[in-house]
Design a protein around this ligand. Structure first.
Ligand code: ARG
Length: 267
């Protein structure tokens, strides 16, 4: 566990990094394993928490992204086997304990290719239709084939998940910066289980990563204003968390963007 002192030092370092986004190479100290608190939900207005729908207490188990006022994009493995009543969505707050809007789920739609390719976590994508429109938060635009995501490009991932492997989650939303990992190197590091529907992000040396409980949450571009951000990935899986040569693996949003758009239009 981190001491409070250490946590506040990391936070102070992040303030400089936030005002002048560091390059991937500079940001090794900018670590959701070793994450820094998000200062305002306006920095990540699309972030939501998936929480236990049957409990008054907000028990968070996954993340998600607002893609319209009635649709949340998340990971299929987060919602597989769940009924709509099992899940509520919490939007518009950094804090699990208070604030924000809690909304019930009307429908869960899992990607049509999930579980069909014989490869674990392939097409790890699902949409959640809300029972009522959100009055908080903002949608994020999806990356498509024309969104450049070159190796080394700094992306951000946020969530309430574990702050180290097998560690506790965070009550306050954390973010971390991770560079796009070369696809061939990711395939080499993780074997053939990394498909074209996945994008990897992390440092070769490890240290910064998403982790258990962040799944379903957003990996997004950080050039320009939050309003310019594109959703590049959905937190999906990884070998441990933050280990060297084991980048986090994310659903590659450009490969599911068409399904997402079509599915939302159909309902
Ligand atoms: N599968 C995990 C979850 O359900 C996410 C793991 C992400 N791991 C990583 N090393 N990036 O929360």
């Amino acid at each position: 566990m981190f001491s409070k002192l250490k946590l506040s030092l990391v936070t102070a370092a992040s303030i400089a990094a936030l005002s002048a986004p560091a390059t991937a190479a500079e940001s090794t100290n900018f670590m959701i394993v070793n994450g820094v608190p998000v200062n305002s939900i306006d920095e990540v207005p699309w972030q939501v928490a998936l929480i236990d729908g049957s409990a008054v207490l907000r028990r968070q188990f996954c993340g998600g992204s607002i893609v319209s006022d009635t649709w949340i994009l998340t990971a299929a493995h987060c919602v597989e086997g769940a009924a709509a009543a099992d899940i509520d969505v919490l939007a518009g707050t950094l804090h699990l304990s208070h604030g924000g809007q809690r909304v019930e789920v009307a429908e869960i739609v899992i990607h049509s290719n999930w579980g069909t390719t014989g490869i674990s976590n392939d097409f790890d994508t699902a949409l959640i239709r809300l029972a009522e429109p959100l009055t908080v938060g903002e949608p994020i635009a999806l990356a498509d084939d024309s969104t450049p995501l070159p190796d080394g490009m700094g992306l951000r991932v946020s969530g309430w998940g574990a702050i180290f492997q097998s560690g506790p989650g965070s009550n306050d939303l954390l973010l971390v910066e991770v560079p796009v990992y070369n696809q061939a190197d990711c395939v080499a590091a993780n074997g053939a289980s990394v498909t074209d529907q996945m994008i990897c992000a992390g440092f070769v040396a490890g240290g910064s990563d998403s982790c258990q409980g962040d799944s379903g949450g957003p990996l997004y571009t950080i050039e320009g204003n939050p309003a310019d951000a594109r959703l590049a990935g959905i937190v999906s899986w990884g070998w441990g968390c933050a280990l060297p040569n084991r980048p986090g693996v994310y659903t590659r949003v450009s490969t599911v963007e068409e399904w997402v758009t079509k599915t939302m239009a159909m309902k």
